[in-house]
Design a protein around this ligand. Structure first.
Ligand code: NAD
Length: 284
């Protein structure tokens, strides 16, 4: 049995995937409406967080404070040897602290941030970047295999978050770069619908041009399930990691600044709104 704590865009998609694979999980969220949606998707939804226990517990929470609050209740309730697999995007320092706290309670905590969004979670095709103990990963692996096409053990506690933050700093940068390139081409007389097939058949391509633009921006759907606020959180965490590591950033830091500065796109909006605005000439 698996439990999923945090039933937002990602957590609910994980519930759907696990239920569809014949392993309906337990589910918990602070928001009763999210618990009701998870119940409709096949989850068992106990009355309290302390009752939402399982040998493998997946967290999908927005920030460090939420994880700290959940662990405070969960760790005393979990059986010895239980594995917490935290798919939230957090700082490497925070997750190392959570792993120590779990070890003191006789449990294991893996940082396991993911790539692939709600669509990947629902389809069971996430890429998971794991930091932490290999034996604990082996105990959780059968459950994680239902959600992930790629389970990558990167290294010790915190290594998964390092990989995830570097990945998302690149995504944020690629999106800003693609937006500027499309704006330039448009101003010089070549429209996006003519340019994108060129880029995607040539060496200028990236996930920004191959996935984000056709799927969520050019289509006008803006329904990726990943908010601008969460992307801003990720770039902030990446910049803090660079400062801590003593690595000065130039191009990626400027792209990160564009995400922060474009305040006309609220945190609640789809993250693709930021490059879409830059492509039509918005400046902070
Ligand atoms: P979301 O805001 O849609 O969902 C977060 C859920 O956590 C909400 O339902 C909220 O009510 C719940 N929550 C908050 N505090 C809680 C608490 N103390 N106890 C129980 N529940 C609590 O966020 P999301 O898009 O599902 O993302 C979840 C995590 O996954 C984030 O860390 C995000 O950075 C990461 N992530 C998201 C995506 C994506 O595409 N959405 C992709 C990769 C990683």
């Amino acid at each position: 049995m698996v439990a999923v704590i945090g039933l937002g865009n990602m957590g609910l998609a994980m519930v759907r995937c696990l239920s569809g694979a014949g392993s309906p999980p337990k589910g918990w969220d602070l928001d009763p409406a999210k618990r009701a949606a998870a119940a409709a998707a096949g989850a068992t939804t106990p009355e309290t967080l302390a009752e939402t226990i399982a040998p493998v517990t997946i967290l999908s929470l927005p920030h460090e404070a939420a994880v700290a609050a959940v662990l405070e209740v969960l760790l005393p309730a979990l059986p010895p040897g239980a594995v917490i697999v935290d798919t939230s995007t957090l700082s490497p320092g925070a997750v190392r602290g959570f792993a120590r706290q779990a070890a003191q309670a006789g449990c294991a905590y893996l940082d396991a941030p993911v790539s692939g969004g709600p669509a990947g979670a629902a389809a069971g095709t996430l890429a998971m970047m794991i930091g932490g103990d290999a034996d604990a990963l082996d105990r959780a692996r059968p459950a994680l295999a239902l959600l992930s096409a790629k389970i990558l053990h990167i290294g010790a506690s915190g290594a998964g978050q390092v990989a995830k933050l570097v990945n998302n700093l690149l995504v944020a940068t690629h999106l800003v770069a693609a937006a500027e390139a499309l704006r330039l081409a448009g101003a010089a007389g070549v429209r996006a619908d003519a340019l994108l097939p060129v880029l995607n058949g040539a060496t200028g391509r990236s996930a920004a041009t191959e996935v984000n633009w056709p799927r969520w921006i050019a289509s006008g759907t803006f329904d990726s399930g990943f908010s601008a606020g969460l992307m801003r959180k990720d770039v902030r965490l990446a910049l803090a990691m660079a400062e801590e590591a003593g690595v000065p950033l130039d191009v990626t830091a400027r792209a990160a600044a564009a995400w922060e500065a474009l305040t006309s796109v609220p945190d609640s909006a789809d993250f693709n709104r930021v490059p879409a605005m830059i492509a039509v000439g918005a400046t902070p």
